[in-house]
Design a protein around this ligand. Sequence first.
Ligand code: FDA
Length: 537
Amino acid sequence: MGSPRSLLLLTSAFLLLSVSSTSSFPTPELFTQCLEANSQNPIPFSTTFFTPNHNASFTSVLESTAQNLRYLLPSMPKPAFIFTPLEDSHVQASVICAKKLKIHFRVRSGGHDYEGLSFVSLIEQPFMIIDLTKLRSIQVDIAHNTAWVEAGATLGEVYYRISEKSPIHAFPAGVCPSVGVGGHITGGGYGSLHRKYGLAVDNVIDARIVDANGKILDRAAMGEDLFWAIRGGGGGSFGIILSWKIKLVQVPPIVTIFTVNKTLEQNANKILYKWQQVAPNIDEDLYIRVQMRVVNSSTQGKRTVQTSYISRFLGRADRLLQLMEKKFPELGLTKKDCLETSWIKSVPYIYGFPNTTSPEILIQRTLSGKMYMKAKTDYVRQVIPETALNSIWRRFMQDDEAVMTWVPYGGMMSKISESTLPYPHRKGVLFESQYVATWFDGEKSMQKHMNWVRRLYDFMTPYAPRFPREGYVNYRDLDLGMNHFNSTSFLRSSTWGFEYFKDNFIRLVKVKSEVDPSNLFRHEQSIPPLPLESFKD
Ligand code: FDA
């Protein structure tokens, strides 16, 4: 493969690659007839196929898993129809028919895409949704430390079903239980175990996907290049994931959880400065995330920033206290802050539920509160000085509903090379920093909150890496750029491609060019295909 630079030069010759146009959109009847002709088994359309004019439940199906309410506003384009396959052959038929009838489609598993790309198309209308929510079986095989998980399952369901079979097995993935396995694992997937065991994608050993020809491929059939690409290259670019085979990891039967809050008046600045140096380097059994929000100060009528240190330790409280006393005494952790509990009970807690919450909450598919939101992300590689933290607080306090979260890296994340998988944010990352603006009054205060988060991101520029500034494909951010209507461009997509994947972007483009040269799987930030000759030296 040529160097990134030579490829850039090569490809500047054909900036725009046209994709098939959807000028005359087929009727729903045409599509369902095609599905029937291409599916192994009959399809009960009354419960799987939804159009705005024929089904009263169309809106509730559309809204069911859509997480970011910003993308459900009346001004947002709505799908012409939604299909919810019940079996693999229905998914194959969807791909075959969408391709044959030139129907632009989006694929949805858990609906948590930050920019709604699984259920809204900003660049091509009309469009349809293939929603995998009904493909959600989970087969746990404790004897072999593995599980097969269908794309429509949620992380909470995966964690819960594993715990039903064993109290000492787990899977390292995201902290939010309602996130879908289909989208999450395609982008990386970090949680409270990544310092010990790496990302979700680091623990995937096989997968089944439907490719651009409607064929089902497992790892052996798809080959190592495509298997590499789907483990971190982002959803919606290479095919439809039907299921993942995941490797289970060991956790102790008893873990310790704690949350310690510190406001600015309680020395939050100094403690956070120290956290940046400690949290990425401390024992891999310990995960301490910091969540920051604006709260009432103890001084009447004033506002302050509260930093919450939310933690899980893979061990008992005594060992944790010794470790904290030695490495991070500034936090002032005491025995009464600590609660020893089972692994599975710690899962809802680490997301933000009270420590009395029953694990059954993990199998309620829609548990996280929906809201209007806009988020931006950085990977921080250098400690932010105390003086800068003071300035950050001044910016931060300009939005009352804002949340900033810092997630420590290090540990196993530093031991896996940047190119092992498409997710490149590994060695040298101290923490991932996320800025989230949320609101509840729809369009009314939207601009104010969006502006705030963009200003904060701009303000953080000196503390983030440059060339590229790094971002996370699973925290999709359309401010970084997007494909245009009916066209993708290598140069245009380089703006977000290198931020999400660093140099792995080039290999992703090559894989895309091989497996989906006609760009069937596309969206606002999908990986663009190029003519394969571009990759010859
Ligand atoms: P959704 O269905 O919206 O899909 C996301 C993308 O993947 C879309 O482009 C979609 O087309 C594509 N896609 C979906 N299913 C596919 C399939 N079967 N095959 C191919 N492509 C598919 N992340 C993290 O790493 N750690 C965390 O702790 C959290 N926490 C978190 C909390 C909350 C409240 C939100 C909203 C999000 C997170 N995330 C996260 C981010 C999350 O990992 C990311 O949004 C995932 O893409 C969501 O996957 P879903 O299947 O839910 O989304």
